[in-house]
Write a protein that binds this ligand. Structure first.
Ligand SMILES: [Zn+2]
Length: 164
């Protein structure tokens, strides 16, 4: 992957939050993400955006998302058993419940949503798909306001000690 591809995805990441970023931030993210295989970077960036609806994910969070995507790809696909609806079983169907009577004496009915539980086929698949232990522990930074994250990166870039 050329540096431009990597930078392109970093810009894409920040653009998803309408954030402008300066070269310092690009370089900080590029430093952390440079070893991500190109094939996994796009999916990782998009997953990180989905998982962080409000704040720009840190580079560590993007790495986590890349890892999660890798694990998802490695696990066998889920195939419903045919007795359930995509892994959900209906325990109790949707029903109407009389919750009272109005002044005219008519029943006031409330619609109750169906009660569902996970089907055994889904549970078995989930157990099977347990991710293997992490290769290296998370480097992710706790979710904080974007400006604080940027400040953290800048501090790191100028060689000062990280606060965490
Ligand atoms: Zn099932």
């Amino acid at each position: 992957m050329t540096a431009r591809d990597l930078h392109g995805w970093i810009v894409y990441l920040f653009a998803a939050y309408n954030q402008r970023l300066d070269d310092t931030v690009i370089d900080a993210y590029a430093e952390e993400l440079r070893d991500v295989p190109p094939a996994e970077l796009e999916a990782g960036v998009k997953r990180a955006i989905r998982e962080s609806p409000h704040y720009v994910p840190s580079a560590g969070q993007v790495l986590e998302a890349v890892k999660a995507g890798r694990e998802a790809a490695a696990s066998p696909p889920y195939v419903p058993c045919g007795q359930c609806a995509d892994g959900w079983l209906e325990v109790e169907p949707a029903r109407n419940v009389i919750v009272g009577h109005n002044r005219a004496g008519h029943a006031v009915v409330s619609r109750i949503a169906p009660t569902v539980k996970r089907c055994e086929c889904w549970l078995a698949w989930k157990r099977q798909g347990q991710p293997t232990p992490a290769i290296n522990e998370s480097k992710s930074i706790p979710r904080t306001a974007t400006s604080e994250k940027v400040a953290q990166f800048k501090r790191r870039m100028v060689g000062q000690e990280r606060t965490r």
